[in-house]
Design a protein around this ligand. Structure first.
Ligand code: ADP
Length: 216
């Protein structure tokens, strides 16, 4: 079974949803750098305040900050992981490779969730998030609005600041310019590790494809 996995994909491609399903089926420790940053912001830490200057505008935080968060996470949790939202730049991918080589624990799977921009925008426009437990819901599918209770934990549902239209455009730009090349990086350096999955399918169908990749 694969144990060192990177989940790549544009915003709203379902990385968080799939990660949650994978954690409950396989128990692989999961970390989302976006979620780590949101916790720092909510707690008003200095890292959170620095990160908010970038994230609220839909820009990536500096590589050094993202790499620092992941390095601390690996030191605390070890070398079995499912990374969601990291690496997001080629520089981050290179430093992850270097860190894992030093630990003699190279990546064993890179999953790319593929989704067109029209569907990304449609999903984000209808997305409500719980900043308390991290759950997300489609307001159309679940007939919910901002301020309603989270269906999982009962806290208030909000629209993430970076889910506002101006920030979404910036996030798509960051994805095209900075994160998309990470796919090319793995195609060059570790083509046997990379697998693409059509993220426009129902999440159960996406999940079963990913399960096969993890078991193979
Ligand atoms: P999404 O994938 O829907 O954009 P995330 O929760 O993964 O949402 O990330 C939210 C924001 O956190 C990103 O837009 C970016 O500003 C910041 N972020 C998350 N991970 C990284 C990273 N590895 N490098 C730089 N910025 C990051």
């Amino acid at each position: 079974m694969k144990q060192r996995i990177v989940l790549l994909g544009p915003p709203a491609s379902g990385k968080g949803t799939q990660a949650e399903l994978l954690v409950s089926s396989f128990g692989i420790p999961h970390v989302s750098t976006g979620a780590l940053l949101r916790v720092e912001c909510a707690n008003g830490t200095s890292v959170g305040k620095e990160a908010d200057r970038w994230t609220s505008q839909g820009l990536l935080v500096p590589d050094e900050l993202a790499i620092r968060l992941i390095t601390i996470w690996i030191a605390e949790h070890g070398t079995k992981f499912l990374f969601d939202g990291f690496p997001r730049t080629v520089a981050q991918a290179e430093s992850l490779d270097t860190a894992l080589a030093a630990l003699r624990a190279p990546l064993d799977l890179v999953i790319v969730l593929e989704l067109g921009e029209e569907e990304i925008c449609r999903r984000i426009a209808s997305r409500l998030s719980c900043l308390h437990c991290g759950a997300t819901f489609s307001c159309m599918l679940n007939s919910l609005k901002v301020g309603d209770m989270c269906l999982r934990c009962g806290e208030k549902l909000l629209r993430r600041t970076d889910d506002q239209p101006a920030a979404v455009e910036k996030r798509l730009e960051s994805y095209r310019e900075l994160t998309f090349p990470v796919i090319g990086y793995y195609e060059r350096t570790a083509p046997e590790l990379i697998h693409r999955v059509d993220a426009s399918m129902e999440s159960d169908a996406v999940f079963s494809e990913i399960c096969e990749l993890i078991r193979s």
